[in-house]
Design a protein around this ligand. Structure first.
Ligand SMILES: Nc1ncnc2c1ncn2[C@@H]1O[C@H](COP(=O)(O)OP(=O)(O)O)[C@@H](O)[C@H]1O
Ligand SMILES: [Mg+2]
Length: 377
């Protein structure tokens, strides 16, 4: 049973919601912000649907109050006009999703299901299975961030919903996406990647959706990555660099699970799990009008944030020892001072930079011992 608290002063909408939701939802309705908040104090709730236009209180204040409580349920806000500043504000505060009235039954159900899935996955205590899985042992580190990452990857692998991986460059986003695929039931099907920053916008479209001969100059008939990844996973790297036109087409594809090739007429249906990654703040891009908020919500059904290395310095010795053992010629060791120097560095390039620094150190040492003077940033 999913306990949904619906805070909205429109009695008509209250009735509609009750009739369209499946039987596994118990809907508690409140027509004012104050009553809604009182209800939350009294009873455990799994999801909140909150209309921002309330008679007694500012919807944003209600949102903030709920989010400030201990273990708040995910909140989906309803707004009457498609007002980007309001949506962005509520998103920044921590709303899970938003719907613009009037919305369809499918849109509502999708948003509720996504929120519930995210909520339950995060709430369950971390399973030990995650830490014992050999695939996950390829992720080195002992910090809380790495443990959470392993546990979430283990859980997310069993679902089909899109995953959004965020983190600075070099923190391990590619690594996480690859392991997620290999942990999932899709592992025997392809894992394909498309780097949206590396290809011009016009090409991304045909790379992603495929093209038909004659669609544009030099166009040949060929399937896109979505078709080639059927049954598997498509990793959309640097999604923040994807142009708005392709974003619109990708959104339609995620909603309908179907698309047409560039210059084509026939609809193609595929079963592909989308994993997207970015080192940019998508919320800032939304504010600047460079990223679609509706696509953002579609992609971030399940999220994974990887902290920069400087915020989890306890992982540096483990990563270092792991990395120096990967070098083929000798088993290298580090002096205490060398390790100290590594721990004190801020690592703007994260693990990728650490790898480079260690490779350089091995070139500079003539023995198998890496000293502080061999560490050059
Ligand atoms: N926790 C980790 N354990 C082991 N290797 C890691 C870890 N994090 C990153 N790496 C390695 O660091 C390099 C950069 O990681 P990558 O996944 O490409 O980063 P990003 O995609 O975030 O830029 C890769 O060689 C990756 O295998
Ligand atoms: Mg990457």
């Amino acid at each position: 049973m999913i306990r949904l608290l619906f805070i909205d002063d429109e009695v008509e909408t209250q009735k509609v919601i009750k009739t369209i939701l499946p039987d596994d939802y118990i809907v508690y309705s409140c027509t004012t912000g104050k009553r809604g908040l009182q209800h939350l104090e009294r009873e455990e709730i799994d999801l909140v649907l909150l209309d921002l236009g309330l008679p007694d209180m500012d919807g944003m204040v209600v949102l903030e109050t709920i989010l400030a409580s201990e273990n708040p349920p995910p909140i989906i806000v309803l707004s009457c006009c498609h007002c980007i500043p309001t949506v962005v504000r509520s998103m920044k505060l921590g709303a899970f999703d938003y719907l613009v009235k009037p919305f369809t039954r499918e849109q509502l159900l999708q948003a509720l299901q996504n929120a519930f899935l995210q909520h339950t996955l995060h709430r369950k205590s971390f399973s030990c299975d995650a830490l014992e899985n050999p695939l996950l042992s390829g992720i080195i580190g002992n910090s809380g961030c790495i443990q959470t990452m392993k546990s979430l990857l283990h859980r997310y692998a069993r679902h089909w919903a899109p995953v959004l991986i965020t983190g600075e460059s070099g923190t391990g986003k590619d690594l996480a996406a690859d392991i997620l695929h290999r942990l999932s039931d899709r592992r025997h099907n392809p894992f394909l990647a498309l780097n949206c920053a590396a290809i011009p916008d016009t090409l991304i479209e045909s790379e992603l959706f495929g093209s038909e001969k004659g669609a544009f100059t030099d166009a040949v008939t060929k399937p896109g990555k979505l078709e080639c990844a059927d049954g598997g996973t498509l990793f959309l790297d640097e999604i923040g660099d994807m142009g708005l036109a392709v974003q619109a087409k990708l959104l339609r594809c995620l909603e309908d699970q179907a698309f047409t090739r560039v210059g084509g007429v026939r609809e193609t249906r595929v079963d592909v799990r989308i994993v997207a990654a970015t080192n940019k703040c998508l919320e800032h891009l939304i504010e600047k009008g460079l990223f679609r908020s509706d696509l953002y919500y579609r992609l971030r059904v399940l999220t994974l944030h990887i902290q920069p290395l400087r915020e989890r310095k306890e992982d540096i010795p483990l990563l270092t020892n792991h990395l120096v053992q990967q070098f083929p010629d000798k088993a290298y060791t580090l002096s205490f001072e060398a390790m100290e120097k590594l721990i004190n560095h801020p690592w703007p390039g994260n693990v990728r930079e650490l790898k480079g620094v260690l490779e350089r150190a091995m070139v500079h040492t003539t023995t198998s011992k890496i000293e502080s003077r061999h560490i050059l940033f």
